[in-house]
Design a protein around this ligand. Structure first.
Ligand SMILES: Cc1cc2nc3c(=O)[nH]c(=O)nc-3n(C[C@H](O)[C@H](O)[C@H](O)COP(=O)(O)OP(=O)(O)OC[C@H]3O[C@@H](n4cnc5c(N)ncnc54)[C@H](O)[C@@H]3O)c2cc1C
Ligand code: FES
Length: 283
């Protein structure tokens, strides 16, 4: 397991947040902002793409949030992309550079990046699902020679909800990345693909035995993406998902995230399809 903030601080409590500081805030859409958080001097997260942190404001509460920055670009900071949906996330959206913010983690299992070496990688994020997958996409791009083809299929509800548009443009301009983006509902300025993410699959051909696929998004989206991936012939063990469940402790104590005998906070949130296909509630 990677070094955790409480280990580094030598506190005994896994429930005690470390105080970090907002370094930068960048609005991405009307609902989502990207926060760069500076860790206290000398600390680094040592996270894997797919892991999450518990982000808190004293007196307000705490929420699990995926780490959106790549470990290859950490440098004493981490990035989280947060959608405002309720009390805590709205309060986080009001924070400014210099404000304190609590962090615990990193928690959960990330994606097994080393096992993906030599493989073609197919990313299929939907909506906010790009936030966790961006961490892995940028690691793969920073270590590009370790991987085969890189294919990214990204779907959002409309053009205004596309996240990380500057990076989408960079990826699109690269010769070694195959990017296809679709929106469910176009506007008058949109000249790209229109339709749900699954309409992008006919645009690609893959060598199934050598392909690893990673998807993340709302359940209604990843259920259909799973069918496409299986239809392409990609093996159960080579399809990875990141599951979002209600979480409290993040460390396997409270049971909030439990599906049957699986604690998503500890054994996930990244799972292969082979691991979870018998967990009906997850799918
Ligand atoms: C492993 C994991 C990773 C996550 N990563 C991110 C991320 O990178 N960025 C991000 O913006 N959010 C992420 N979330 C969701 C985030 O934790 C919730 O949006 C947050 O807890 C809401 O807190 P709140 O107090 O603002 O809203 P609340 O007042 O608790 O809830 C407001 C609304 O959001 C809904 N909601 C609350 N929690 C969740 C949840 N876990 N999933 C879906 N809907 C929820 C509630 O039903 C309600 O409708 C992640 C969740 C998990 C479990
Ligand atoms: S969130 Fe408490 S057991 Fe998983």
């Amino acid at each position: 397991m990677s070094a955790q903030l409480y280990d580094t601080l030598q506190t005994k409590s896994i429930y005690l947040p470390t105080q970090a500081q907002i370094q930068d805030v960048r609005p991405l859409t009307e609902l989502e902002k990207l926060f760069t958080i500076a860790l206290p001097d000398g600390l680094s997260l040592n996270h894997k793409p797919g892991q999450f942190v518990q982000v808190s404001i004293l007196g307000m509460g705490e929420a699990p949030i995926s780490i959106s920055s790549s470990p290859s670009r950490s440098n004493g900071t981490l990035e989280v992309c947060i959608r405002r949906v309720g009390d805590l996330t709205n309060a986080i959206h009001r924070l400014e550079p210099g404000d304190p913010i609590g962090l615990r983690g990193p928690f959960g299992h990330g994606f097994p990046v080393e096992r993906m070496h030599g493989k073609d990688i197919l990313f299929a994020p939907g909506g906010l699902g790009l936030a966790p997958l961006r961490s892995l996409i940028n690691q793969v791009l920073d270590e590009r020679t370790n991987f085969g083809r890189v294919i990214i299929l990204y779907g959002a509800r409309n053009p205004a909800e596309l996240l990380f548009t500057d990076e989408l443009q960079e990826w699109d301009e690269r010769q070694d990345v195959e990017l296809h983006v679709a929106v469910d509902h176009a506007d008058e300025n949109w000249s790209g693909n229109t339709g749900v993410i699954t309409t992008l699959f006919p645009k690609i051909q893959v060598t199934a035995p050598n392909t690893v696929a990673i998807t993340c998004g709302p359940p209604v989206m990843y259920r259909f993406v799973l069918m496409e991936l299986l239809g392409l012939g990609i093996r159960d063990g080579n399809i990875w998902l990141s599951l979002e469940r209600r979480m409290k402790c993040g460390v396997g104590k409270c049971g909030h995230c439990q599906i049957n005998n699986v604690y998503v906070c500890q054994e996930g949130p990244s799972f292969s399809y082979a691991q979870i296909k018998r967990l009906e509630e997850a799918l």
